[in-house]
Ligand binder design. Structure first.
Ligand code: PEP
Ligand code: MG
Length: 570
């Protein structure tokens, strides 16, 4: 099966179809003459579904983890909800529908409500609802549902995953991920990469349907391949590859403490991107020199109430314990797009990436935003903390955010709480910011280029949409020229320029970033050592020449061809 490589590595394990498939149950008569029978059938199926979900919850708790099992609590909530059963009764009693038809209609109604109002009824998502419907329909038609989670070597197989679902995985048990939909720069894929879980996304619905519960799978996250019930030869080949991977990792260890100093004496810093405090240790282990991007929104996902100022501070402290001296760049909340948090009602936008997202949301909720700013300021008293605003598209936004930052300082003064001075930067990820780069550079201490969003906004290609994934490439000449403009504007204004999108760790582009004199490249921890190896080979070479060559090419293919030739012998 061919998909897209989303997180490198090889995983060999057992398929767990965790989130259910789309409803594939055969259709039945829509109407019924006997309401009493339909009601009885429904309640019997409901009881069986409840037993089934409880059983599943316990198995998942034992084999995968407590948090993951929680997903089934949401399903249990739906099944226990009076509104749900009353709506089904209404359809049976008032419209003479069969139990199956009533279930289908109520699920459709709930899904429509969810999509229309972004109303997360009972805190469930669309997949949970569809899974509940599927379960009931199968039981109504006498189909058995067997879930057999026997092994620890689990490969999660599902239609699509969102970041909050991956954040719930117990990574000691989940070895790999396979999804029917999705793209390599979705936040779900980025998270899988940072958790070191090999992942292949976008294998397609047809392939997904071929995988059954308990099947043996090989996930090849290097090549974007999935092998279903592989024969002995394939298995052997992949066991060898696994060993080679381990060997390669071992050899890269010598770059762990290597400092990368250019011939002019300046250093290029390689740091890590994280979504929670635990990952800081992984960054350190992989030779990262601090944190170039802490995606703090992940602290807000998966919980009904946002973390308090103290809780946030505690989390930032945990990162500072790992990096007491190296810089830690904390990015303020970047919700919206493909990340929603309970209580803010962001789902249901037609174009979430062009909508209510990141700084736009934070400026609308100043109390909420200042709480995060205070936590970051307080953390700055205890380490080398920098603050960064996401998705800036105008001067006004930076000024408004900085004004709230001043207020936050005032509040801490009034409360007699200690805080530190910190550098303030912005993400450059919207083309509007590049057009205004010279002016923006006067307002801040650093830029950090977010290539993931920059590509999607520059080339007009949704980063999650597999149908246009061919257009989503950092090698697009427009993207590379925009990055060059940003770097030039930063140098002219004498401020630092960093990069923290996925392209920062893109092997072929490393000589180009070096030539542009990007001061810091921040990437997924899994890419750090390899990036250090390649950069150390290029430190003495003429990377100005690489920049000139790349910028003189006008197509993606030419640029990619030129850069790949530089690595022919690698
Ligand atoms: C980016 O857009 O490149 C980036 C680093 O931020 P995120 O992936 O979290 O949007
Ligand atoms: Mg971004």
């Amino acid at each position: 099966m061919i998909g897209t490589e989303a997180s490198p590595g090889i995983a060999i394990g057992t398929a767990i179809l965790l989130f259910g498939k789309e409803n594939q149950t055969a259709s039945t008569d829509k109407k019924s003459k006997d309401q009493e029978i339909e009601l009885n059938r429904y309640y019997q199926a409901l009881n069986e579904a409840l037993d089934d979900v409880k059983d599943l919850k316990n198995k998942v708790k034992d084999k995968i983890g407590r948090k993951e099992a929680h997903i089934f609590s949401f399903q249990e909530d739906i099944l226990r909800s009076e509104d749900f059963s009353n709506s089904i009764e209404d359809f049976i009693k008032k419209e003479n529908f069969s139990a199956e038809e009533a279930v289908k209609r109520v699920i459709r109604k709930y899904v429509a409500q969810l999509v229309e109002n972004g109303d997360s009824y009972l805190q469930v998502n669309e997949d949970d609802l569809k899974d509940v419907g599927d379960r009931l329909l199968k039981l109504l038609q006498g189909q058995e549902i067997k879930i057999n989670i026997e092994k620890n070597n689990i490969i999660i197989v599902t239609k699509k995953l969102n970041p909050s679902q991956i954040a719930r995985f117990d990574t000691s048990k989940v070895l790999g991920i396979v999804t029917a939909e999705g793209s390599a720069t979705s936040h779900a894929a980025i998270l899988a990469d940072s958790l070191n879980i090999p992942a292949v996304v976008g294998i397609g619905e047809e392939n997904l349907q071929k995988i059954k519960q308990g099947d043996k799978l090989i996930v090849d996250g290097h090549e974007g391949l999935v092998h279903l019930n592989p024969n002995k030869d394939i298995l052997l080949r992949y066991q060898k590859k696994l060993e080679q991977d381990r060997d390669k990792k071992q050899k890269l260890q010598k770059y762990k403490n290597k400092k990368l100093t250019r011939s002019d004496g300046t250093q290029i810093y390689i740091s890590g991107n994280i979504g929670n405090s635990k990952e800081a240790a992984t960054v350190k282990n992989q030779g990262g020199e601090g944190i170039g991007l802490f995606r703090t929104e992940f602290l807000f996902l998966n919980q009904n109430t946002p973390p308090t100022e103290e809780e946030q501070l505690e989390t930032y402290r945990e990162v500072l314990q790992v990096f007491p001296e190296d810089p830690v760049i904390i990015r303020t909340l970047d919700i919206g797009g493909d990340k929603d948090i309970p209580g803010l009602d962001l789902s249901g936008e037609e174009n979430p990436y062009l909508g209510y997202r990141a700084i736009r949301v934070c400026l609308d909720y100043p109390d909420f935003f200042r709480q995060q700013l205070r936590a970051i300021l307080r953390a700055a008293a205890e380490g080398n903390v920098k603050l960064m605003y996401p998705m800036i598209s105008s001067l006004e936004e930076v000024r408004a955010a900085n004004s709230l930052l001043r207020e936050a300082r005032g509040e801490l003064d009034a409360a007699g709480k200690e805080y530190g001075e910190l550098e303030v930067g912005i993400m450059i990820e919207v083309p509007a910011a590049i057009a205004m780069a010279r002016e923006l550079a006067r307002e801040v201490d650093f830029f950090s280029i977010g290539t993931n969003d920059l590509i999607q906004y520059a080339v007009a290609v949704d980063r999650r949409n597999e149908r246009v994934k061919g257009l989503f490439t950092p090698f697009h000449p427009s993207v590379l020229r925009m990055v060059t403009k940003t770097a030039t504007a930063a140098k002219e204004a004498n401020i630092k320029v960093y990069m923290c999108g996925e392209a920062a760790g893109e092997k072929l582009l490393l000589p180009f970033w070096l030539g542009l004199e990007i001061d810091q490249l921040s990437m997924n921890p899994s890419k750090i050592l390899e990036a250090k190896r390649i950069l150390s080979q290029w430190l003495e070479k003429d990377t100005q020449q690489v920049v000139e060559e790349v910028l003189s090419n006008n197509t993606t293919a030419e640029i990619q061809y030129y850069l790949s030739r530089l690595f022919e012998d690698d």
